[in-house]
Design a protein around this ligand. Sequence first.
Ligand code: GDP
Ligand code: GDP
Length: 443
Amino acid sequence: MGNIVAIVGRPNVGKSTLFNRLIERREAIVDPTSGVTRDRHYGKAEWIGKEFSVIDTGGYVKGSDDVFEEQINRQVELALDEADIILFMVDVTTGITDLDQGVANLLRRTDKPVILACNKVDNNKLRLDAAEFYQFGLGDVHEISASNGGGTGDLLDEIVAHFEEEVQEEDELPRIAVVGKPNVGKSSLINAILGEERNIVTDVAGTTRDSLDTHYNSFGFDLKIVDTAGIRKKKKVHEDIEFYSVMRSIRAIEHSDVCILMIDAEEGFQKQDLNIFYVIEKNKKGVVVLVNKWDLVQDKDSNIVKKWTDDIKEKIAPFTDVPIIYTSTLTKQRIHKALETAIEVHKRRTTKIPTSKLNEVMLEEIERYPPPALKGKYIKIKYMMQLPTHNPAFAFFCNLPQYIKEPYKRFLENKLRSHFNLTGVPSHNAWPAPPASGGRSVF
Ligand code: GDP
Ligand code: GDP
């Protein structure tokens, strides 16, 4: 289930260079959040129409001067647990190092597909040197140059050849994933919701070891809870908490419609939480943020919820139109509300806005505040429609889409949100180019 590709290897072989190349093209086209400064170690890539998740395992330890063998090995082990395909990178200019050897030893033990990419093969002369890496016994050595793109097409062909066909879900129930870093209260929440029922109505979906969907049909709810935390064996986590948190959430997020992202009120909204939020956003899933352990917060003055909410919104910007609920699984405070909100988000995410209504409302807004002229050119947005995608996406037809700047796009996004209530739902807007010739007269 799922197509999650993890890039592993020692530092400086070119993992992040390749990662950026893989996600770049797609982000430039469809991602409204690109350009926002964030840690980018997780992204979605696409090749011959197949979309997949890529994770740069090295990205999470960047900046630390010494990366120890032990640390790399832990990352490789986690990648082996959580990813579907392992992309092992080595560097032709250095040849085999001890660290490479260590990683290769771990990878030889897995049943998962391991693809060996020998990087920095920038020219034909270096190709002979790449042959050295056959001695790992990990199959073909794919010669690539992450910096100039050489060989990456063949590499991508090899990656997608290992993808599993997507299995259509047999039912239409909303799937709600409970995600968050370790110890925020995910298991407690799931137990509070499911109670005793959990042991009775569980059915394993997809493959054996991973996500477990539990059908929940009580108190007017009919949905599936996608569980990551509770059921999987808990390992002791001391370090690499960011990498661990993200890696363990990806599959559940991909498998869900709406994610309940739990954060710990004692710790506040941290970088690890943001990283998971980012994965949810990248996958365009609905989201509800729970600030859990609210019972532990002392001095709840009248302003405290606003302060917290403002702080979280500042951190998750620009996608801030997100419900934030203050819960305690201990006292059961607002647990029902959390679930109710997740279902509302699901409904909004699947609602289609009629084209006539969309145009009526939005064209009026555009008339009131038109896009500013640029270089003396008059910019006209003529028409818009919702695209037939899983998550809300809107196409705006305009004579000079390249002249519409980011602030104006945000203005439109905010108007869409205020008129059509998309709270908790990531959306994206497309600006198709007008027909190259002859079509201009339309505008
Ligand atoms: P990481 O630590 O594995 O993520 O490695 P980086 O992507 O940060 O790359 C390490 C260094 O190798 C940087 O200076 C890159 O510019 C360089 N590099 C990456 N890919 C290539 C390549 O294909 N050819 C050459 N010559 N240099 C590369
Ligand atoms: P998980 O790792 O995210 O599944 O977290 P757990 O559900 O195992 O909870 C971690 C710890 O936090 C446990 O000791 C829980 O009892 C505690 N905990 C969870 N939710 C709450 C809460 O709302 N209030 C308080 N005070 N403790 C909580």
